[in-house]
Design a protein around this ligand. Sequence first.
Ligand code: NAP
Length: 246
Amino acid sequence: MKDKVALVTGGSQGIGRAICLTLAERGATVVACARNEGALKELAAEAKSRELPGAIEPQALDVTDRAAIDALVDSVGERHKRLDILVNNAGITRDGLVMSMDDDQFDDVLTTNLRSAFWLTRAACKLMVRQRYGRIINIGSIAGVMGNPGQANYAASKAGMIGLTKSVAKELGKRKITCNLLAPGFISTEMTEVLPDKVKDGAKQLIPLARFGEVEEISKVAAFLASDDASYITGQVLVVDGGLHM
Ligand code: NAP
């Protein structure tokens, strides 16, 4: 991925952090975005100290700020003259039963998870169309495919990302831009760390591979979708969940 420029949201921890490192291991220049600038700087320092072939550029960004997204993509275009890979990974949960879910709880999740992916895609694809090359990878969830009690907001946001993915794939395919959605199952990160042990143990019993996935098991699939090896794959939902949903 030498000479490729990537923008990854939610790069400060978990799956996004792993995606930044995997892309940099393969030679890409990665603009790693999140609100926690300190964590991003540590990530960039790690890439440097490991002498990875690519580089990680820390970039403070709140993905709920549309103007900041537009300004960032413009600055990436000015600095690097291209943007090859966009990974819409930033995401939050605000769980609760639908009966008692308030509007903010629903809107916050929809804005962070779905609207941000639309805003970033809209801004990034202008550069991608010009260069006639692009790889857009949306990080969804099996919750968006299966639904999940207590996650009406989260599942709706992730299902929305599937519609976004397929529409973008159909609109931009002629410009050599692919768009796919990677739907993880249970992956060991801070997001799942907070689940009660009872829920974690129950989930493991339903997963044929009988364990949670590791972040690298997602980041390597994201890197595949971002690579030239995936040149004929677009509009797909790729479930990576140890067999939980089949
Ligand atoms: P995580 O450890 O909680 O990390 C979430 C990331 O999103 C952080 O880097 C966070 O950075 C960023 N983020 C949240 N709100 C943001 C905002 N307003 N602006 C910018 N960045 C923001 O979660 P994870 O487990 O790695 O999940 C990553 C993605 O995978 C999410 O989309 C999640 O829905 C999806 N997923 C995870 C699992 C799982 O089992 N872990 C399963 C299915 C799907 P800052 O706080 O520094 O801003």
